[in-house]
Ligand binder design. Structure first.
Ligand SMILES: NC(=O)c1ccc[n+]([C@@H]2O[C@H](COP(=O)([O-])OP(=O)(O)OC[C@H]3O[C@@H](n4cnc5c(N)ncnc54)[C@H](O)[C@@H]3O)[C@@H](O)[C@H]2O)c1
Length: 276
């Protein structure tokens, strides 16, 4: 059993894949949770939790839901590449509502950022948390914006954030890229616990990947401060997934994988950097 936070935790995107897994994990620890999503919670709401259906675009309801909370785990929003207009409301305006609520409550934000905020770095690179954003689509751009929102609210208002650049968080890895980027649900859940319970986090970035041998891409983050070390690994899947690559050179060249080649309109070859 983990310690309990002193105040309730607001969890957005509760009805999504990670939201459901995290709810189960934290409820089993006896935490008090306020769950919210735009679609109904598909599972029985566990003891210690309450669910409210709400749109992230509705700032008044988000403020109300956050009242008295000590942390907001923000998983809600569009979670794949979509046209800009579809991303704008949930991921940009919705994020502003989350940070305004956090500022009013003095709450900490745990933000589900993404590797797609840096997706156009090449897989041969090793990058630190302070690397340049190189988003691979409007979705990744919204995550870069979210991280910058966290910095703004830290410097101007003292709102703490942990910005988790999640790799691929699924029950199991399903292709060769995920042998590097996979994050197990239990590793993710334990990371969120540390993000909430660590006394001081400031505004920090942590890469969300399990202990995978092929994860040579991402280094230098806040895991030591958070006291988190991933325990699971994609390595046992290497035999069955090692050859599961695409024949698309753009997808295979960059960290963001298939998100990089979606809507690609540049003439080949793919650029090595900003001046290429
Ligand atoms: N799963 C991954 O591998 C991964 C990788 C990188 C980042 N992330 C991020 O982690 C978070 C959770 O991911 P997931 O895989 O569970 O995604 P998901 O799509 O299953 O869950 C997102 C949830 O947000 C809700 N939502 C969408 N628009 C909303 C709105 N306007 N108001 C309220 N709720 C709204 C959806 O209904 C959904 O339940 C997302 O922010 C995603 O971008 C996930």
């Amino acid at each position: 059993m983990t310690d309990h936070p002193a105040k309730p935790v607001l969890l957005t995107g509760a009805s999504g894949n990670l939201g459901r897994a995290l709810t189960k994990f934290l409820a089993a620890e006896g935490w008090t949770l306020r769950l919210t999503d735009i679609v109904p919670f598909p599972d029985p709401v566990p003891v210690g939790a309450a669910f409210t259906k709400a749109d992230l675009n509705d700032g008044v309801t988000i403020l109300r839901l956050a009242e008295g909370c000590g942390a907001i785990v923000h998983l809600g929003g569009v979670s794949v590449e979509q046209p800009f207009e579809e991303i704008l409301g949930p991921n940009i305006r919705g994020l502003f509502h989350i940070y305004e609520a956090a500022r009013r409550e003095g709450a900490r934000v745990i933000f589900a950022s993404s590797n797609h905020s840096i997706g156009f770095h090449e897989r041969t690179e090793t990058i630190g948390a302070d690397t340049q954003f190189q988003p691979d689509g409007f979705y990744g751009l919204s995550k870069a914006y979210g991280e910058l929102m966290g910095r703004l609210y830290w410097f101007k208002h003292g709102v703490e954030s942990v910005l988790i650049r999640i790799g691929s968080c699924f029950p199991e890895p399903t292709n060769a890229r995920m042998l590097a980027t996979w994050l197990s649900y239990p590793d993710f859940s334990r990371l969120v616990v540390r993000c909430i319970l660590t006394e001081k986090v400031g505004c920090c970035v942590v890469w969300g990947a399990s202990n995978n041998k092929r994860m040579t891409w991402w280094r230098s983050d806040a895991r030591a401060t958070l006291g988190w070390a991933p325990q699971d690994s994609a390595d046992p899947f290497a035999g069955q997934l090692g050859g599961k690559v695409s024949d698309d050179p753009v997808e295979e060249r960059y960290m963001g994988g298939v998100f990089c080649s979606m809507g690609w309109s540049r003439s080949a070859p793919a650029p090595a950097g900003l001046f290429d």
